[in-house]
Structures are given as C-alpha cells and as structure tokens.
Design a protein around this ligand. Structure first.
Ligand code: UAG
Ligand code: ATP
Ligand code: API
Ligand code: MG
Length: 488
C-alpha cells in the first residue's frame, strides 16, 4: 500500500522525506522488520523503540514512525503517540475488519476467558462462524494460534481480525485486559458490545491504584462510541452487583443491560448449586428460561449471566443460550478435575487473584465431604500487594496449605514466598519447588478430600529466572498420584 494513502488514516502528523514509498507491512519490533515494512518506534516499559531505528532500517524498513525527529534516509513520520497511531494505521492497512463483524469485548479482573468461551459456545450453537482472542489462544473457527498476551498489540489484533474476515467469521469475542486498554492495543477496534465482569485486587504493580485500574477498564465503555452516530446497535453489559459497575455505566453513551444475582435487567431465581453444577431460572427482558449447567459455583452463574447478556444484546434466543450452557464442557484449567483413579478429588484452577481464590475455595468447601487442601503461589514481577492477601485466604479457607512457586519470572522465589508468609505464625507448609509441593499435598490426601492446585490453570510452563520450562499442573498431579500408588 502507498504510504500517502496509508497516512490518510492519521489525522495529525509531520512528514520528512516525500519520496513515493510502498508499505508491505507494519511492525513495532526491529528484529521482525522485513523489507518494505513501516517501523513503529514505541517507548516501552523495558526499552525505547527509537533506539532501534537504525537496525530497523538495516533490516529494510521503508519508512519510520516516531515521536521525535531523527536523521534517516527513508520517509519519517512524526506523531505524538506512536502506540495509538499504530492502531489507526493497522485498522486502515487491514481494511477495518472489525467493522464487518460482530465484536464483543470482555473486561474485568476475573472471568474474561470463561465468558469468551461461553460466548463462543452460544454463537456456535447459533450456527455462527466464530473467532476468539484471549489468554489461552486465538481461535479462528477450528484453527488455534499461540498468543503471548491475553490482548495482543494492535497490529497482531488487526492481522487476526483480517484473517477472521477472510475465513468468514461473523462473530468475534475477545478479552480486553486493562494493560491493553492503557496501552491503546484495542484503540480503533469497532466493538458492538462491551462486557464488564468485576473489579478486585490485581495488577497494582502496573496501575497506580484501584481507581487508575478502573479508569483503564472504563476506556472500553467510552470506546463504544455514540449509538445514534454509528447507526448500529451497540450495548454495554454490566455487572451491577459490583460497585464499579456504576462508574462504567456512566462511561458509555450506549444503552446498558445490567446483570446481578437478585437485581438487574438479567437476574436469577431458584438457584440449586452442588457438585454436579448449578441450575437456576434466568429472568431477562426478553423472557424467562431455566438453565442447567455442569459449571460449578456462584461465580459461574455470574459468568453465565454476562455471556447471556451479550448474547441477548446480539439478538440470540434464550433457547439457544440455555442449550449452550447445558452442553458446555467448561474451560481448560478452570476447575478442571484431575482423574487418575484416586478416591479423593484434585482440581486445577487458574485462580491467581485474592477474589478468584476465595470464590474457588468457597465453591469447593461447599461440596467437599473431607478436608480441603490447597497448593498456591504468586507470580513474580506482578502485583506484590496480592501476595499476603492470597496467603490469608488460603489459611482461612483451607484445612491444609502448601505455599509454593508460580512463575517467579525475574524475582527470587524465596522473596515471593516471604511476601506471602512472613506475617503468618505457622500452620502451613512452604515448599519452593512446585512439583515437590504438589507431590507432598497429594500424598496427604485421604478419601473424600479435595486438593485445589491454584494459579497456573491451563499453563504448560513454569518461568524461573526468565527461563520457561515445561510444567503442567494437571500432568504433575497425575504423576504424583501414580507415584504415591507405586510407593504403597
Ligand atoms: C508491561 C507490558 O505490558 N509490556 C507490554 C509492552 O511491551 P514493552 O512496552 O515492555 O516493550 P519493550 O520491551 O519496552 O520494547 C519497546 C519497543 O521496542 C521494540 N524493540 C525492542 C527490542 C529490540 O531489539 N527491538 C525493538 O524494536 C519492541 O518491539 C517495542 O516496540 O507491549 C508489548 C506489545 O504489546 C507487550 O507484549 C508487552 O507485554 C508483556 C510481555 C507483558 O508481560 N505484559 C503483561 C503485564 C500484560 O500485558 N498482561 C495482560 C493480561 C493481564 C491479565 O489480565 O491478567 C495481557 O493483555 O497480556
Ligand atoms: N466471575 C468470576 N468471579 C470471580 N472469580 C472468577 C470468576 N470467573 C472465574 N473466576 C476465577 O478466576 C480464574 C480465572 O478465570 P478466567 O480465566 O475466566 O479469568 P480471566 O479474567 O480471563 O483471567 P486473566 O486476567 O488471567 O485473563 C478462574 O480459574 C476462577 O478461579
Ligand atoms: N495474566 C496473568 C496471569 C497470571 C498467572 C499466574 N500463573 C502468574 O504467572 O502470575 C498475569 O500475567 O498477571
Ligand atoms: Mg483470561
């Protein structure tokens, strides 16, 4: 594409060098630059992309976008915010793919992955062709792609949406993290529906405080635009049982569907919750329907209400929604049972925040006839404030606690465990090696106990000292059960 044509998508810029230039790709990483690419210089958290302009040009960059003047012999475009301009350029370059599909964005501290999976199941039940972007994978129809972030950068996103359009996807659901909103990764995407799940302690390594975290979340709702200008049905779907919901409602000009357990446009009656799942009557503005699902716990009802809200706003019938909830197999690594022929329960779950740990432990408490045991750690290079909070929850809610490592990344694992445990007076085991911690916990289990292995869920690695090695809680737990059986 011609550079002049591409630049029509950017309202304000200064151009140096007016030679005719053809652009054959957009990239923000000098190491990925191919001849003909437009190189975006991004000031990041680790380094400054402007430092790599010479290396981008050596790799064949045809033009540079930067936030300051630099002497180069290819066209230079100077703008005030390269991250957001990158999103505008990517939208134009990939022919605004999200304008041609139904796009649902889900934000909130917990439940995003689960809700996008439920929406995928609902839209598939409705015979749509679907695309999903999130923590576990990007999925376009049946094809799966690996992802480095829950919400990728704007070029990767537009590339995915372009592929979705080519593959005939008509409904896409994506997780929108607060980091992505803050960094403009989703800027320029044309969302039809924005969903809010809940707000609780996390990411205070990144956001200044909880208000700052909520402000980032609110960008998804202000981005929904103006209903009348767009001429397209757009909705916000908001959990009003969460106090943060009100602020998000004020952030959007679009109509809002609220949900909550007892109050809200969508709410429930007659909840039955046990070890086989939940059932309830769902009351909605378009009618009432009985729901029965194998998903466990009150928090799963919230996730179903959020997904139902987005589906109802998309015009999908209650019958289709109920059928999808009935059929759902759940999400990998979310309350996933480990079945190795043992007479006690083992569950792997991605709870890595205080609120999610509390929810999962309280769900297991209600169904466990024996002792509840937990193996849990906290991630390195992430929110330090949540560490003692998660430890307190484990101590209060479980009968037997094993503190261990969960992706220490560049941090000293002992320091993380100190943050979790130094304020405690005992009554727990501290085993830094996660495999050993799981083996010890498994060896303590008696008939009818339940062991929760929390924090890593679907992850298949452990990152120590910046190096990722294979590690899958589900496999390690199975091996521990087998090992215990062979010992006896
Ligand atoms: C802290 C953070 O959010 N970092 C994100 C950010 O990278 P960064 O700003 O640190 O980039 P940087 O390393 O400083 O580099 C700056 C620029 O120089 C460029 N560069 C760098 C080196 C070089 O040789 N050449 C070169 O061109 C880089 O490509 C980049 O454009 O922008 C990148 C592209 O979008 C992200 O991949 C990266 O996510 C990192 C990997 C990360 O761990 N992020 C986490 C905190 C995150 O975003 N998590 C949320 C989910 C959280 C949740 O919901 O639980 C997510 O959406 O994934
Ligand atoms: N609505 C909810 N409220 C509280 N906790 C929840 C809720 N839904 C799921 N959880 C808990 O949070 C964990 C993560 O769920 P899920 O992966 O759906 O959330 P997420 O928002 O995508 O997380 P991430 O921010 O890591 O992408 C689950 O394993 C479960 O323990
Ligand atoms: N998206 C989350 C994942 C946390 C998962 C947990 N296993 C950890 O490594 O902290 C984050 O990056 O904060
Ligand atoms: Mg997720």
């Amino acid at each position: 594409m011609n550079l002049d044509q591409l630049l029509t998508s950017v309202p304000f810029y200064k151009r140096f060098g007016d030679q005719e230039t053809n652009i054959t790709g957009i990239t923000m990483d000098s190491r990925q630059v191919k001849p003909g690419d437009l190189f975006m210089s991004i000031r990041g958290f680790e380094t400054d992309g402007h430092r790599y302009i010479p290396s981008a040009i050596r790799n064949g960059a045809a033009a540079i976008v930067a936030e300051e003047f630099v002497e180069v012999d290819v066209p230079l475009i100077v703008v005030s915010d390269t991250k957001r301009v990158m999103a505008q350029l990517a939208s134009y370059y990939y022919d605004n793919p999200t304008r041609d599909m139904h796009l649902i964005g889900v934000t909130g501290t917990n439940g995003k992955t689960t809700i996008t999976y439920l929406l995928d199941e609902i839209f598939t039940e409705n015979r749509s062709s679907t695309g999903v972007i999130g923590t576990i994978q990007t999925k376009i129809n049946e094809q799966s792609y690996d992802v480095a972030n829950t919400t990728p950068d704007s070029v990767t996103l537009h590339d995915f949406f372009h592929t979705m359009k080519e593959e005939g996807v008509d409904a896409a659901m994506m997780e929108v993290s607060s980091h992505a909103l803050d960094q403009g990764r989703v800027y320029g995407l044309d969302f039809n529906i924005a969903v809010f799940t809940n707000l609780s302690q996390d990411h205070l390594d990144y956001h200044k405080d909880m208000d700052d975290y909520l402000r980032a979340k609110s960008l998804l709702f202000s981005q929904l635009g103006n209903h009348y200008e767009q001429g397209r049905e757009k909705y916000a779907v908001v959990n009003t049982d969460d106090p943060a919901g009100e602020m998000l409602i004020r952030s959007t000009a679009q109509p809002v569907l609220t949900y909550g357990l007892e109050h809200g446009d969508i709410h429930v009656r007659n909840i039955v919750s046990n070890e086989t799942g939940v059932s309830f009557t769902m009351v909605t503005p378009v009618g009432t329907v009985d729901i029965s699902s194998g998903l466990m716990g009150e928090f799963s009802i919230y996730n179903m209400l959020a997904a139902a809200g987005a589906a109802i706003a998309s015009g999908i019938s209650l019958e289709v929604i109920a059928r999808a909830f009935q059929k759902t197999k759940g999400v990998p690594g979310r309350l996933e049972p480990v079945l190795a022929g043992q007479n006690y329960g083992i569950v792997v779950d991605y709870a890595h925040t205080p609120d999610s740990l509390k929810n999962v432990l309280s769900t297991l408490r209600k169904v466990c006839e024996g002792e509840v045991r937990v193996v849990v750690g906290c991630g390195g290079d992430r929110d330090r404030e949540k560490r003692p909070q998660m430890a307190d929850i484990a101590m209060e809610m479980a009968d037997d606690v094993y503190f261990t490592s969960d992706n220490p990344r560049s941090e000293d694992p002992e320091q993380i465990l100190d943050d979790m445990t130094l304020h405690l007076s005992g009554g727990f085991q501290r085993i830094t090696d996660r495999k050993q911690a799981i083996a010890r916990a498994v060896s303590s289990c008696q008939e009818k106990d339940v062991l929760l292995i929390a924090g890593k869920g679907h992850e298949t690695y452990q990152e120590i000292d910046g190096v990722k090695t294979d590690f899958d809680d589900r496999k390690v737990a199975k091996e521990a059960v087998t090992g215990r059986r062979e010992e006896t």
